[in-house]
Design a protein around this ligand. Structure first.
Ligand code: DAT
Ligand code: MG
Length: 138
């Protein structure tokens, strides 16, 4: 099924100059870039984006990290792109993310916090619709 997902290159990815490599992997998989912009997030946007994590111990550090520099927000489109991009990204913790994935190949594991894992990808159709609305409007 052709669908859309919301991808963020997080501040660590932008600062390290990995945006191009990450986009290249998305395109190489056959997905298309429908929307793309570099923005600095706000607390309001992040409160909506990470609403499911509010109250968890890592929530505040995660928000602070996401405010630490610009992010690149992308709407990618393609067959099963929601699941497909999560697979490209790898599991949450870069230390154990599989080689071949964005987090496994490019994520740093020398004592950085788990939240510095380069990318975000929506985890369901509902999340994708919600998150695309948050970052790009309707
Ligand atoms: P994902 O980004 O793989 O969908 P998530 O939605 O569970 O993971 O969490 C959102 C972000 O929060 C994740 O990219 C990194 C951070 N995070 C999650 N679990 C964490 C933990 N146990 N400690 C620190 N940061 C965490
Ligand atoms: Mg998530």
């Amino acid at each position: 099924m052709t669908e859309r997902t919301l991808i963020l290159v997080k501040p660590d990815g932008v600062k390290r100059g990995l945006t191009g490599q990450i986009i290249a992997r998305i395109e190489a998989k056959g997905y298309t870039i429908a929307e793309l912009k570099q923005v600095t997030a706000t607390r309001e946007v992040l409160a909506q984006h990470y609403a499911e994590h509010e109250g968890k111990p890592f929530y505040e550090p995660l928000v602070e990290f996401m405010l630490s520099g610009p992010v690149v927000a992308i709407v990618a489109e393609g067959h099963n792109v929601i699941t497909g991009f999560r697979s490209l990204a790898g599991t949450t913790d870069p230390t154990t993310a599989a080689p071949g994935t964005i987090r496994g190949d490019l994520g740093r594991d020398w004592g950085l916090k788990v939240q510095q894992n380069l990318v975000h990808g929506s985890d369901s159709e509902e999340s994708a619709a919600r998150e695309i609305g948050i970052w790009f409007g309707n």
